[in-house]
Ligand binder design. Structure first.
Ligand SMILES: Cc1cc2nc3c(=O)[nH]c(=O)nc-3n(C[C@H](O)[C@H](O)[C@H](O)COP(=O)(O)OP(=O)(O)OC[C@H]3O[C@@H](n4cnc5c(N)ncnc54)[C@H](O)[C@@H]3O)c2cc1C
Length: 368
C-alpha cells in the first residue's frame, strides 16, 4: 500500500505533496535518536531540530493549514511518536496566542515557539475537570497592573520542560486564558505514562500571569484552538496505524507457517483488508475536515470530532491486529508494534475522549 497515494486525492495541492516528500526524507534521516529513553532530553532536542528544519512554522502560526499540519503529524508519528508529540505541542501550546495574542505577545512567544527557541504548553485540565472543562477551579485575580493565578493543573504535556504555559483560569468575567512563564509555577511533580512523554502537574500559587485575549473569552478560545488541533490528532493516529499496517504486512509475508506464509491464509487476508479499509476511511475523514477548514473556511467542529473519533478508534484496532499478526514479537518490549500499542492509547482520551466527540457530533446534528 503506497503510504502517500492519498496525497493525489482532490483534498490536496502540489505544495502538500512537496512538503510530504521533504518531511519523509527528513524524518527518515534525522529521527533515530527519538527512540531513546530520556523523553525530556529527546523532546528538547526535537523542538530545536524541528524548528531549525522549518517544520514548527506549520503549527505555531496564525494561519495553520490543517492539511499540512496533519500530513506532517502522519509522517512524524509513522517514524517516532515523540517527534509527533514535540511537533504538535508547539502548536497546541501557542495556538491561543496565535488566535488572540497581542502583537507583542506573538513576537515574544509565538515566534519563539515557531523557531524552537521556546517550548510551549497548554494547561486546561485539572484533577476535578477533565472532560468537564467548565468545572475548572483555578482562580485568576487582578493584582496591580496584571493578574495572579492560584490552582492546580494536571496531565500537562511538556510540563517541566516548557518555557511558557497557556493556562485557563476562572476570573470574575468567566474562564479566561493567560500566559504564565515557567519560573512562576511549580512543575516538579512529574507524571509517568505508558508511552513516556514530558508531563507534569502544575501548581500555581499567586503566579504572575498575563491576560490573553479578553477576560471571560477563554473557553471559546480553548475550543477554537482544539477545533484546529483535533483534526491533526486524527493525522497522528493515521501515522501510527500506517506504521502498524506496514509492520503487519511485512511480517505476514515473511513468516513461514504450515508450509506456506502467514499471508497465504484467508484469515490473515481478512485482517489486512479490514486494516487497510479502516486506514483509508480515517484518511478520508481527516482530510475532508482539513479541506473544509482550509479551503471552504468552514467551522469544522463536527467534522473534526468525526475524524478524531474514527481515526483514533480505528488506529487502536489496526495496531491491535498488527500485534496479533506479529505474535510473540508483537508484545516484545521495543518492537515497533509494541511501542505503537502503548503510544496510541492516549489518543482516544486527550483533546476530548471518544465519548465527548460523540456528544459533540450528536449536538451538532440535533441543532441543525
Ligand atoms: C497523554 C495525555 C496528554 C494530555 N495532555 C494534556 C495537555 O497538554 N493539557 C491539558 O490541559 N490536558 C491534557 N491531557 C488531559 C486530557 O485532556 C484529559 O485526560 C481528558 O480531557 C479526559 O479527562 P480526565 O482524564 O479527567 O477523564 P474524565 O473526565 O474523568 O473522563 C473519564 C472517561 O469518562 C468518559 N466520559 C467522558 N465524558 C462522558 C460522558 N459525557 N458520558 C459518558 N462517558 C463520558 C470517557 O471515556 C473518559 O475517558 C492529557 C491527557 C493525556 C492522557
Amino acid at each position: 500500500m503506497d503510504r502517500f497515494a492519498h496525497l493525489e486525492w482532490p483534498f490536496f495541492e502540489g505544495r502538500h505533496r512537496k512538503l510530504a516528500r521533504e518531511a519523509e526524507t527528513w524524518a527518515r534521516d534525522n529521527l533515530a535518536y527519538a527512540h531513546g529513553e530520556d523523553a525530556d532530553a529527546i523532546c528538547k532536542r526535537l523542538v530545536q531540530d524541528l524548528g531549525c528544519a522549518g517544520y514548527l512554522d506549520h503549527v505555531a502560526n496564525e494561519n495553520v493549514d490543517v492539511r499540512s499540519a496533519s500530513v506532517l503529524r502522519e509522517i512524524f508519528a509513522y517514524h517516532a511518536g515523540l517527534a509527533d508529540f514535540a511537533f504538535v505541542m508547539q502548536g497546541l501550546g501557542s495556538g491561543a496566542i496565535a488566535l488572540a495574542g497581542t502583537e507583542a505577545q506573538k513576537r515574544k512567544y509565538l515566534k519563539k515557539a515557531a523557531t524552537g527557541d521556546a517550548i510551549a504548553a497548554f494547561a486546561l485540565s485539572e484533577p476535578d475537570a477533565g472532560s468537564d472543562v467548565q468545572a475548572i477551579k483555578t482562580l485568576a485575580k487582578r493584582k496591580g497592573d496584571g493578574w495572579a493565578l492560584d490552582g492546580t493543573k494536571t496531565w500537562i504535556s511538556n510540563g517541566g520542560i516548557a518555557d511558557f504555559y497557556v493556562v485557563f483560569a476562572k476570573a470574575e468575567e468567566g474562564i479566561s486564558a493567560f500566559i504564565v512563564e515557567a519560573g512562576e509555577l511549580d512543575a516538579s511533580e512529574r507524571i509517568d505514562i505508558v508511552a513516556p512523554h514530558p508531563m507534569a502537574v502544575l501548581k500555581l500559587k499567586d503566579s504572575k500571569a498575563t491576560l490573553l485575549g479578553e477576560a471571560g473569552q477563554g473557553f471559546k478560545l480553548a475550543m477554537r484552538n482544539l477545533d484546529i488541533f483535533r483534526t491533526t490528532v486524527a493525522g497522528a493516529a493515521l501515522g501510527f496505524a500506517r506504521r502498524a499496517f506496514h509492520e503487519a504486512l511485512t511480517r505476514s509475508r515473511d513468516r513461514s507457517m504450515f508450509g506456506k506464509t502467514l499471508a497465504d491464509f484467508q484469515l490473515t487476508q481478512a485482517k489486512l483488508a479490514d486494516m487497510a479499509t479502516a486506514i483509508d476511511a480515517s484518511a478520508l475523514l481527516t482530510y475532508r475536515a482539513g479541506w473544509e477548514r482550509d479551503v471552504q473556511k468552514k467551522r469544522i467542529t463536527r467534522e473534526a470530532a468525526m475524524a478524531k473519533m474514527h481515526a483514533t478508534e480505528a488506529a487502536q484496532q489496526v495496531i491491535d491486529d498488527a500485534v496479533q499478526i506479529c505474535g510473540g514479537l508483537g508484545v516484545m518490549r521495543g518492537h515497533p508494534v509494541e511501542k505503537l500499542y502503548r503510544e496510541v492509547r492516549a489518543l482516544r482520551i486527550y483533546e476530548g475522549a471518544t465519548e465527548v466527540q460523540k456528544l459533540i457530533i450528536a449536538r451538532d446534528l440535533l441543532k441543525s
